[in-house]
Design a protein around this ligand. Sequence first.
Ligand code: F6R
Length: 613
Amino acid sequence: MCGIVGYVGNKKATPILINGLVCLEYRGYDSAGIAVLENNKVVVKKDKGRVNNLNSLEGIDTLEGTIGIAHTRWATHGKPSKENSHPHMDNSENFAVVHNGIIENYNELRQFLMEKGYTFLSQTDTEVIPNLIHYYFHNGVHIHEDKFLSAVKAATDDLKGSYAIEVISPMFPDKAIVVRKDSPLVIGKAEGENFIASDIPAILSYTKNFYLLDDKEFAVIYKDAIHFFDDSLIEHNKPVKNIEWDAASVGKDGFEDFMLKEIFEQPNSIRETIGSRFRLGEPCSFDDLEISKEYLSTINKIYIVACGTAMHAGLVGKIALEKLCKIPVTVDIASEFRYRDPLIDNKTLCIYISQSGETADTIAALKLAKSKGAKTLAISNVIGSSITREADYSIYTHAGPEIAVASTKAYTSQVVLLSILAMHFAEILNSVTPEEIEKLKSDILDLPTKIETILENTAEIEEFAKKVYTQKDMFFLGRGVDQTVALEGSLKLKEISYIHSEAYAAGELKHGPIALIENDVTVIGIMTDSSLVEKSISNLQEVITRGAKTLVVTNQVLPNAHFDFVVTIPETNPLISPILSVVPLQLLSYYISKNKGLDVDKPRNLAKSVTVE
Ligand code: F6R
């Protein structure tokens, strides 16, 4: 959702900016643009459509400037158009700005500026920012000797909402200024050149040394120096972080799409998530988490809060935490939790799951719990992401960068990590027998090999996808833990194939949805719990009788069933079975999307990182 790139150095900025935008394409966007300092002017090239279109804009190939900013826009205020694309300039064309986030009071600010004689070319909230900078540059009180920095600070003081902003000015041809609040921004440091981006993969091929900007922190970036300032413009030092990911792990590695690559990476991403967190015969240990028995014993309720797929991982985690720790767990959608005054106090532990660590609703939900005195624990895939900086405790999935918009390997790693967390808490609380935990540990350690077995034979799923890709509606049914996978399978399908689908607890079928079952409707049943399999078979029989086409994902030997397709997966502990049963469903969505000729990695209307409400 909106991407930002910037460059301050000795090289031609344009190719670096465009290359960075290409790396951010996965976040979702509808327009793109760049601004480069060139012969005492700012030159802006922008348009709606793909980043690649920028290369054909007149004059872009002759830009020589070595300082520039760039942006991919995901429309919020104003439709996708050239005028609404970033960068935006003030009326005097002295300040060019790109912005990620939403300025909630932009109408009020626009009114204020119009009364001062400013005019506007776009419908965006962003265009107030360069004009405010211009206004304060000429009319403000300059609290720092750097007039440019003072004006940016004064302008941001007026903004309500979220922002990551880059500003350049031909009056100051050696630097860029950046600031952020509730929107991500990182600065990459290299020899004689510095980079700016919304996230690390966009500039990982240039450097591994990063600064993660804090909320309301300013940075003035030169080619050979970076100065950091707090919200009062007092300068401070900031430690540089070395990031271990390599650029190769952000490439497609010979796979046709990132999503397929990420599905196939799951055996390895799960191994990474397990890491050294446990071994057979030894208690679980988290280097990054120190939770005492005293504290854990006071906890009488756990909330798991997240959005989308991460929330579905939470639904699986709930089952493991309740079973092993005997503490009641409520799973909530972050956008609901944050506005419904949940009953939490210092005896509540709130767990937040976010692959990106930048999801606006999840971060807001975490801040709410903190303000009510609860301890907060973040589970994220991105080291140093906003959510991990807000939480009392943070643990990482270590799944590696996930580029495809539809989440796959992050989900399975989140479920693995929640299971390890549940075992860790259970060991601290002594709430189940060591044998029970030891068995689960061994089952978790077997997961990567079992996923490899599923991935070795995708032919059946490909064949089924060919048969059903023209369908308009599909249903996913499951009981117990399989119901959580049904939800995730259905979400994956919607996201990348645009087929309408619903997920139900199989027992709910008769209470309404069965009215929708008619000839040739596709129903996918997930049956991995031996204690519930007979009941699920009965539910599937009911839809077969009404003409449905069925695919069943199971680890059981099914008696006398008349399903069209059966995908058999290895057996495992029911607490973690979604990690296996989700894989055929991920593949099914993938192959259906491919059959329809859709863009699997960048589905329409969706963004990888939902940084606004
Ligand atoms: C679906 C998907 C989304 C995300 C959701 C939360 O495939 O990726 O539903 O799970 O937007 O994102 P994070 O985990 O980054 O907070």
